[in-house]
Design a protein around this ligand. Sequence first.
Ligand SMILES: [Ca+2]
Ligand SMILES: [Ca+2]
Length: 104
Amino acid sequence: MVSYKALLSVKLPFQLDMESAINVLVAQFKTFASKDGSSHTLSKEEFQTLVASQLPNLVKNASDPAVIDNLMSSLDENNDGELTFQEFWQLIGKLASTHGGFSQ
Ligand SMILES: [Ca+2]
Ligand SMILES: [Ca+2]
């Protein structure tokens, strides 16, 4: 398994915009997910901190606990109260679609 520090030390010869964006998403997820014992999943508290600090312009009322509750339950497919990267990723997809004008 690659540690977060090791990941940061890997410098690509040049950074393409889309590859950089993926690196940032993964690194941010890992940073926020590792604040408690389950370092590979986001608890509700970790999810709220991530959304409020990283996505405040795209997620309306990110500081409202009800908004976070609704978002969390819509993303948490197996209802275990934790978001894996795969579960969390759906939010990025939805926000990107809406932001880019791709949603119906
Ligand atoms: Ca965690
Ligand atoms: Ca889950």
